[in-house]
Design a protein around this ligand. Structure first.
Ligand code: ATP
Ligand code: MG
Length: 595
């Protein structure tokens, strides 16, 4: 097919859009691939849609190759199935809720486990019907708190979601492995660097789960790796419980530490006024910091706004609580900052000097208190004495205080020991591109999806769920494939195979360029032909070609008089002259076609 720039629905922009944070996103907007309709909501223009369709095609091909069948569910859904699984409330503000004219609650689907599960329940009754794998490429809605970087985190986005249905765990493992292999093929083809990491299954429930993260400094996810090949999202890192240590500290003692509401001021004051007996200087790691948050639980009948529960988290003073690790630990509740009003409601909390003396469900505050697992039993700490301007020293865990449990919420840092025992962890960032997990029977149980097994007994079907962010993939590919002047698409997903530029005024130039376009089209090559005449200078056309990013550019210009055209590699910038008569063959060789 030949698409002509003179009629293509596109207006490239020379200026960066004001609201674009990341370079790939800026270029997608400037080159006329996408347009913002509202925060987190994007329109796909012809160029963008071509790329999107190519990504979808790769995904379809690999999903079909493992025997998954495509279908399509509506985005507008009834509430009842989501109520049955608890997600009507668990999804909280992320769910787009709508009310129809009869006042019935409905939702715009954020993901479709419920609908697939119910369809299989309606249609299948026997183990003989299984295993089954189904998928769709479909628009999802999530009212994300922070839509970001254009199509990377949208409130409307396209997801490929698949689901597997098996009679037992062994079957589920097979379906999971098939998806894992398919995902490797898909992401190898899409053209960005990625890692497979252990993941937390979050609000979805279930057990085994892995994420495919595109490696990117701009990613919102942080993952760890160690020398043994272990890789995990920080959300899923399980810091081992520190083994108990022998108590060496003397009795706990309260000391005056005026004006030390922060760890930094406390450490300075300790070193100045309370030097350690062993001669070592105090560091933040010797202190126990007690962080308060308010958990807001999903709404229920008694708490239409959600029950609010204070929670105290004890972490070594050299670490912060990691918001994302905390989020997965407390889900479906949401952690909010502990406000002045919350302190006012708890006068026993001396802000800046809070300690285990008052914390704990059975203690004076009644506030649940969870400790970081690195806090060993027998270890001694400096922590708040629950009185303004005072701290307690040599407070020993297990001897002088206890907590209600542990929580995996402290930040993970570069150099931390790996949970596998093989050396230290390194940290990097990524964008979640795909997520595969073994749901097990959670949804099938909630919705009553059972089939008869070989013995005629009803058994609950076990499910897997597998997602890929399709629109997000286009965003990530753009972030990974561009330079200062424009996009540079990988061959498999470029909107066109070749971009022909008619550079000059002479009619013979347009005639030759048009002829090359037609001959390439006849060979099955997708051609973008810049046939714009009149005021559009060759300079403008070159700039547009560089911005749009088709990997092969064919320039028909001055050289035509000598019988040559110029073939340019957009990625390397290399140019070479080719005789006009060889141009079609040269382009086909360049694009790797066998056409
Ligand atoms: P994230 O942690 O980035 O919010 P998630 O854990 O909510 O992702 P899933 O529910 O597993 O994501 O959805 C499957 C896939 O859909 C993700 O791996 C991601 O590629 C994509 N995705 C999720 N949310 C969005 C979004 N708001 N915009 C674009 N793509 C998304
Ligand atoms: Mg999400």
């Amino acid at each position: 097919m030949v698409t002509r720039m003179s009629s293509l629905f596109v207006r490239t922009l020379r200026e960066d859009p004001a609201d674009a944070e990341l370079p790939g996103h800026r270029l997608l907007v400037r080159a006329g691939y996408v347009r913002r309709a509202a925060p987190g909501i994007y329109s796909w223009l012809p160029l963008g849609l071509r790329v999107l369709r190519k990504v979808e095609a790769i995904i379809r091909e690999e999903m079909e190759a493992i025997g998954s069948q495509e279908l399509s569910f509506p985005a507008l859904l009834p509430k009842e199935p989501y109520e049955a699984t608890g997600r009507w409330t668990d999804y909280g503000d992320n769910l787009f809720r709508v009310v129809d004219r009869k006042d019935a609650d409905m939702l715009l689907g954020p993901t479709h486990e419920e609908m697939f599960c119910l369809a299989v329940k309606d249609m299948y009754t026997s183990y003989k019907d299984l295993p089954l794998m189904l998928f769709q490429v479909q628009t999802k809605y999530r009212d994300e708190a922070r839509p970001r970087a254009g199509v990377l985190r949208g409130r409307e986005f396209i997801m490929k979601d698949s689901y597997s249905f098996d009679i037992d765990g062994a079957g589920l493992q097979k379906s999971y492995d098939a998806h894992r292999d398919a995902y490797i093929k898909i992401f190898d083809r899409l053209g960005f660097e990625y890692v497979i990491v252990h993941a937390d299954s979050g609000a979805m429930g279930g057990s085994t789960s892995e994420e495919f993260l595109a490696v990117s400094d701009n990613g919102e996810d942080t993952f760890v790796r160690d020398a043994s090949g272990y890789a995990a999202n920080v959300e899923a890192v399980e810091v081992p419980q520190a083994a108990p240590v022998a108590v060496t500290a003397g009795p706990a003692h309260v000391e005056d530490t005026p004006d030390t509401p922060t760890i930094e001021t406390l450490v300075t004051a300790l070193n100045a006024n309370h030097p350690r007996a062993d001669g070592r200087t105090w560091t933040a790691a010797d202190t126990l910091k007690n962080v308060l948050v308010t958990l807001v639980h999903p709404a229920d009948e008694d708490h239409p706004e959600g029950r609010r529960e204070p929670l105290a988290i004890g972490v070594p003073g050299d670490r912060d609580v990691d918001a994302k690790r905390l989020e997965v630990q407390v889900a479906p509740a949401v952690a909010e900052p502990f406000e002045e009003a919350d302190f006012a409601a708890h006068p026993e909390l001396a802000k800046g000097y809070i300690g285990p003396g008052v914390l704990g469900a059975q203690n004076t505050s009644g506030i649940r208190y969870l400790l970081d697992p690195s806090v060993a039993e027998g270890s001694a700490w400096v922590t708040g004495a629950d009185e303004h301007g005072k701290h307690v020293l040599d407070l020993v865990h297990g001897r002088d205080f206890t907590a209600d449990g542990t929580i995996q919420a402290a930040e993970i840092r570069e150099g931390d020991p790996s949970p596998t025992g093989s050396g230290a962890l390194t940290l990097a960032r990524g964008v979640e591109m795909g997520h595969i997990f073994q749901l097990g029977t959670k949804y099938a149980e909630a919705l009553g999806l059972k089939v008869l097994d070989e013995n005629g007994t009803l058994v609950t079907v076990t499910m897997g769920s597998y997602g890929i962010g399709v629109t997000r993939a286009v965003g990530v590919i753009a972030e990974d494939n561009h330079d200062e002047i424009g996009l540079v698409w990988p061959r498999e997903i470029t909107p066109f195979d070749v971009h022909i530029v008619a550079a000059g005024k002479g009619e013979e130039i347009f005639a030759a360029a048009g002829d090359l376009a037609a001959r390439l089209e006849a060979k099955g090559v997708d051609v973008l032909y810049d046939d714009r005449a009149g005021k559009v200078s060759p300079g403008v056309k070159f700039k547009d070609a560089e911005l749009i990013g088709v990997p092969t550019i064919l320039v028909v210009g001055k050289g035509l008089a000598d019988g040559v055209v110029e073939l340019k590699d957009r990625r390397t910038g290399e140019r070479r002259e080719v005789p006009v008569d060889d141009a079609v063959g040269a382009v086909i060789a360049e694009i790797g076609g066998t056409r």
